[in-house]
Ligand binder design. Structure first.
Ligand code: UDP
Length: 243
């Protein structure tokens, strides 16, 4: 049985990174597409306002708590998460798994050149890693058809989708019957970290639950996004108390 906590209407798996990796190994051996989503506070605030987005997140096969806000909220519901599972960490473990098990990868998303750079860096780190294709995340409807055809022809085992939320989750959901893959995962800005375009917060910030602060200092434009964190805390507190 799935051990999940319903937080502001979205079921989030109470799972450790290690167990999530075991699940992903199973997905790679399976015969259908599995959707992986990594909601943080900001995404969950959006899901409260957008029921369609909440339903898409609820259709995920693996939905992990990415962010300190989600971990705090689980305590309000009396079902604390064992740990925070950062989307970036999960992505890195899946890349490692793909390398070890010789599974193939496609990167969709990021600004022009970012997915190429991510692929280049991974080829330096993991010789012979099987990256079948990449495409940036800025395309029109016509181009999108070509991208989907490309993915269908290439048959990658894993598709990493970095189109920002909620676009990437919607894209995965809308294409779930077209994708010939075992895993499609929404990764957002993690593709920029893999490409070396942005840096992950140092360990200190991660351990202190202050990754959001590091990102804010590095990119003050995020202030409006970060403000969703206290909003999420209040929303989840209210939801937990009125359940
Ligand atoms: N992105 C994209 N197409 C879009 C919007 C965003 O490829 O139409 C990419 C953007 O270039 C960046 C990532 O999506 O690489 C950012 O995603 P998000 O905002 O979810 O990042 P995070 O919250 O992880 O920083």
């Amino acid at each position: 049985m799935r051990n999940a906590v319903e937080i502001v209407g979205v079921n989030i798996d109470n799972i450790t990174l290690t167990d999530a990796v075991i699940k992903m190994e199973g997905y790679l051996d399976g015969d259908r597409l599995n959707m992986i989503f990594t909601p943080n506070s900001e995404i969950l605030v959006d899901a409260v306002k957008n029921i369609e987005f909440a339903q898409i997140l609820n259709s995920g096969d693996l939905v992990v708590p990415d962010g300190i806000g989600v971990v705090i909220a689980s305590k309000f519901y009396g079902e604390p998460f064992g740990e925070r599972v950062a989307g970036y960490d999960l992505m890195c473990r899946l890349i490692e798994l793909a390398y070890i098990r010789n599974k193939s990868i496609y990167f969709l998303g990021g600004r022009e050149g970012v997915a190429e750079e991510a692929a280049k860096r991974l080829r330096q780190k993991y010789k012979d890693i099987n990256i079948l294709g990449v495409h940036n995340g800025y395309f029109d409807d016509e181009e999108e058809k070509l991208i989907i055809n490309d993915i269908i022809n290439l048959k990658p085992d894993i598709v990493f989708v970095a189109l920002g939320a909620p676009r990437q989750e919607k894209w995965i959901f809308n294409n779930r019957h077209n994708l010939p893959s075992k895993i499609a995962m929404g990764v957002g800005g993690s593709i920029d970290v893999v490409a070396g375009v942005t840096k992950r917060a140092p360990d200190f910030y991660q351990k202190a639950g202050l990754e959001w602060l590091y990102r804010l200092v590095k990119d003050p434009k995020r202030i409006f996004r970060i403000l969703k964190l206290p909003k999420f805390i209040l929303l989840s507190l209210y939801d937990a108390k009125t359940k």
